[in-house]
Write a protein that binds this ligand. Structure first.
Ligand code: NAD
Length: 508
């Protein structure tokens, strides 16, 4: 009997659907079919690819309610979030990639600077890699699957997605709509399963775009090394927020609560730790607590602000970090427990203070609805603590002093920084997004976000058609001397050397 996975609604713990797991042989067959479909797709124009993605966008909009039904059933997220972030992201990203792909991938003319090759004609072009394997997490089941596939498809690739075993239904729905939108059969496929299915995809695809945890990312790279295929890595984060004493505290508190609690904190760029300058610390904490206490947590069908966590393992991880902080002297101002009134994996939105970097809540990714706030004496201490992390995905800084904020933004060891804003960098597909340190390698979004799905090729052409070129055989002592003189003439910074080389060349 074939292996299956059960998709459960984390809000109700009810079984939603049971799906067969794709075996390694089935994954290999899916990649082979994708390879067939890719050849025809590669031959289409950018305009034609864009036209089909626009049709896909219309279908997503037309079927937004069905998408919300499916996505909330496997995540327990509020319906409003499905429209407000998943659908919003897809609509925005389809527009951006359809508009910019051709420009990002146009043939580049290269002008060599060194005189000896200056007159060669040099161009560089981008060609699709073939079949891209996308391995995704569960926190944004459509954005991280179909959304990640958009630039790969616009570049002329086929895509096989391995969604998280917790949330495969949205990706399957995306594949259904892609077919209806006119994408060729087998061009965008979904293989269902857990780690073993992901490993099989690494064994057959031409590149892997991985989004997930640091630990799994390392395993993916090790496996891909055997085939020497490229891997892009979008990994975890522990994003700091810094609030300086001159910040607009209302805006900062509102952004903090939204940036930390949206999707119950299950966002790679969630605010995970907050550093506040001493003079405004208490006032900021009070404002945050007031706002958190007004948050409505509940089932996705209701009018709520936040839903549940997506798995029991995630719930346990969040609870363990809070318990450890409590045991080490941390104080919980609100929340701090599993929500006793709801059946699913609900953890109450929680504000912690009296915490420090000896606690995992300040050093390890939480991926849950926690807001740990730490008092700092000044901006320099905030910066030092913000950079005291193995992660470097994104960060935010709040201050009315634009120059001070810009200076700190520059010094933060982070792939992106929002100034007087939070989370917003993720929804600008034109802006490169990538992690430093353990948060990843490579970029999604921006020119790099599509070029990574291509092989670059350089073509160098001769312009003059001479019968002989200087470096060709035979090699002689005279030629070697002439090269030496020429290099001295062109490259030496001393005028006396240049002059000597010039006369030597004339004499030779
Ligand atoms: P995970 O690492 O547990 O799983 C990610 C995917 O990898 C899943 O599809 C899983 O089935 C698959 N997988 C597991 N073992 C594998 C193996 N040996 N070979 C191939 N594939 C394997 O991550 P998760 O818990 O699903 O997601 C949460 C993580 O994702 C968090 O750390 C979060 O920060 C990160 N994330 C990062 C970004 C970003 O842009 N940087 C975006 C979203 C999520």
């Amino acid at each position: 009997m074939s292996e299956t996975i059960q998709v459960r609604n984390p809000a109700t713990l009810e079984l939603v659907q049971e799906l067969p797991v794709a075996t390694p042989a089935e994954v290999a067959a899916a990649v082979a079919r994708a390879r067939q479909a890719q050849t025809g797709w590669q031959a289409t124009s950018f305009a034609e690819r864009a036209r089909r993605l626009y049709r896909l966008r219309d279908l997503l909009l037309d079927q937004g309610d069905r998408l919300a039904d499916i996505l909330t059933s496997e995540t327990g997220r509020p319906r409003a979030e499905v429209y407000g972030n998943e659908l919003f992201y897809l609509c925005n990203a389809i527009g951006a990639w359809a508009k910019h792909a051709e420009r990002y991938l146009k043939v580049e003319k290269i002008s060599p600077s060194f005189p000896l090759v200056k007159f060669k004609k040099v161009i560089s072009s981008y060609a699709p890699r073939g079949v891209i394997g996308i391995i995704s997490p569960w926190n944004f089941p459509l954005t991280m699957t179909l959304g990640e596939a958009l630039p790969a498809l616009m570049a002329g690739n086929a895509v096989v997605v391995k969604p998280s075993e917790l949330t495969p239904l949205s990706a399957l729905f995306g594949a259904e709509l892609a077919l209806q939108a006119g994408l060729p059969k087998d061009l965008f496929q979904v293989v269902v399963g857990a780690g073993a299915t992901g490993e099989a995809l690494i064994d057959h695809a031409d590149m892997i775009a991985f989004t997930g945890s640091v630990e799994t990312g390392k395993r993916v790279v090790r496996r891909a090394a055997d085939r020497l295929i490229p891997v892009s890595l979008e990994l975890g984060g522990k994003d700091p927020m810094i609030v300086l004493k001159d910040a607009d505290l209302e805006r900062a508190a509102g952004a903090c609560v939204w940036g930390a609690l949206m999707n119950s904190g299950q966002i790679c760029t969630s605010i995970e730790r907050v550093y506040v300058e001493a003079p405004v610390y208490q006032s900021f904490v009070d404002k945050v607590v007031d706002r958190v206490q007004a948050i409505r947590q509940g089932k996705s069908a209701d009018t709520i602000d936040i839903g549940c966590l997506t798995s029991e393992a995630q719930l346990n991880k969040v609870a363990a970090q809070v318990e450890e902080a409590r045991a080490k002297g941390g104080k919980i101002l609100t929340g701090g427990r599993r929500n006793p009134n709801l059946p699913g994996y609900y953890y109450e939105p929680t504000v912690l203070v009296d915490i420090d970097h000896a606690m995992s809540v300040m050093t390890e990714e939480t991926f849950g609805p926690l807001i740990p706030i730490m008092r700092v004496k000044d901006a320099q201490e905030a910066l030092k603590l913000a950079n005291d992390s193995r992660y470097g995905l994104s960060a935010s800084i709040y201050s009315r002093d634009k120059q001070a904020a810009a200076d700190i933004a520059d010094k933060l060891e982070s792939g992106a920084v929002c100034v007087n804003d939070s989370l917003v960098n993720f929804i600008i597909p034109e802006a490169p997004m990538g992690g430093r340190k353990d948060s990843g390698a490579g970029y999604r979004h921006g020119a790099e976000g599509i070029r990574k799905y291509c092989q670059q090729k350089t073509i160098v052409s001769d312009r003059f058609g001479l019968k002989e070129e200087f470096p060709w055989y035979p090699a002689t002592a005279k030629k070697a001397q002439q090269v030496r003189h020429l290099l001295n003439l062109l490259c030496h910074s001393g005028w006396a050397h240049k002059l000597r080389a010039f006369t030597a060349l004339l004499r030779s």
